[in-house]
Write a protein that binds this ligand. Structure first.
Ligand SMILES: C[S@@+](CC[C@H](N)C(=O)[O-])C[C@H]1O[C@@H](n2cnc3c(N)ncnc32)[C@H](O)[C@@H]1O
Length: 337
């Protein structure tokens, strides 16, 4: 597997076959080639042939992603926020992973203006305020329940904390030096729109750092991932960034230590994607109206069914890190797990 080789820090070329989304003919013909420079799992895009079609497509029937809707995500976090910091982060998003993922964001000035989009309980913001004065940092999230947890954290007391939608940010164009979003894209109905917004709100020369899941290759993990939410492929992130207008787009692979580089089950926090805004103003990408709005009424029965199916699928991903941790304890060090 390319992933495990990459952890060995080798040079390799990744040529994905069959990207598997509707309306696309991405089956190896529209080649996307990344020559991966594997130093410390960090690779640069050398060659990127962007497919003609958009990867920002509706969910195909085989990948219903029941929680990749704003209302479902809202209710998902209504409950999850109670235990989020204690149950989700230790399995999927540890402090050392966070620091590793934020490193390409170049948070090199305490005066930088930073927005943390989908900032939730402020776990990633705690990593940001190590490098940037809290008064310069805004945490935005659509969930007041998640934000309530962020408000309780002492190091975040001076941050601005606001409710809002990642796809329609309440910041003026050319506002921030850094855009950070960790573990939120998987809930955005239209990820390309969210990344276009990241571009818009950054100043010229500003940098976006988007941390998110990666798609599993193991069939059972893929099934539950597809039921739950969006697990993009690495090439999709690259395409979204390039289409939005970002330059110097790079991906750094991350993962919990005890996975020993295993990526076949997918990862909820699997990569940190960065890009630089080359000129001021809005993104060159034109998009139609927003796909979904949290205010739009939905059929309550359909909503409940989607919510229950999606949330149940998510339970699988609470068990995976436990399973990997047990394997890490049992299998002798240095051997693949
Ligand atoms: C997995 S949590 C990540 C929280 C935090 N960034 C962290 O690193 O722990 C995902 C967050 O994204 C938020 N979210 C989902 N969809 C959103 C949207 N469209 N706009 C803003 N926030 C959103 C959720 O409410 C949730 O707090």
């Amino acid at each position: 597997m390319a992933s495990s080789m990459l952890y060995g820090g080798q040079h390799l070329t990744l040529t994905p076959k069959g990207l598997g989304f509707n309306g696309s003919d991405l089956h190896g013909k529209n080649l996307l080639k990344m020559n991966l420079v594997g130093r410390n799992c960090n690779f640069r895009s050398k060659t990127l042939v962007v497919p003609k079609c958009s990867v920002s497509v509706p969910r195909p029937a085989s990948q219903p992603r029941f929680i990749q809707h704003k209302k479902e995500a809202f209710w998902f976090y209504r409950f999850l926020s109670i235990v989020y910091d204690h149950v989700i982060n230790p399995g999927h998003w540890t402090e050392d992973m966070r620091d590793d993922a934020l490193e390409p964001a170049d948070l090199n000035s305490r005066d930088s203006i930073v927005v943390d989009v989908g900032g939730g309980t402020g776990f990633t913001t705690l990593g940001i305020v190590k490098h940037v004065d809290a008064k310069n940092v805004t945490i935005l999230d659509q969930s007041p329940h998640q934000l309530a947890k962020a408000k309780e954290k002492e190091p975040l007391k001076e941050c601005k904390i606001i409710e809002g939608d990642a796809e329609d940010l309440p910041f003026k164009t050319d506002y921030a030096d850094r855009y950070v979003s960790a573990g939120s894209i998987e809930y955005w109905p239209d990820p390309q729109r969210g990344i276009k917004e990241a571009y818009r709100v950054l100043k010229m020369g500003g940098k976006a750092c988007l941390i998110g899941p990666v798609y599993p290759t193991f069939w059972l993990s893929r099934f539950f991932a597809d039921m739950w939410m969006l697990f993009p492929k690495e090439e999709e992130y690259m395409e979204w960034f390039e289409k939005a207008g970002f330059k110097d787009v790079e991906i750094k692979r991350i993962g919990p230590k005890w996975y020993r580089g295993v990526r076949r089950h997918g990862l909820i926090m699997g990569c940190s994607v960065t890009g630089v805004k080359p000129t001021s103003g809005d993104s060159p990408l034109q998009l139609g109206p927003k796909v979904e709005d949290i205010e739009t009424p939905v059929n309550p029965f359909v909503f409940l069914l989607r919510f229950l199916l999606g949330a149940s699928a998510g339970v699988y991903y609470v068990l995976v890190p436990v399973y990997m941790w047990i394997k890490d304890q049992i299998v002798p060090k240095g051997q693949p797990i």
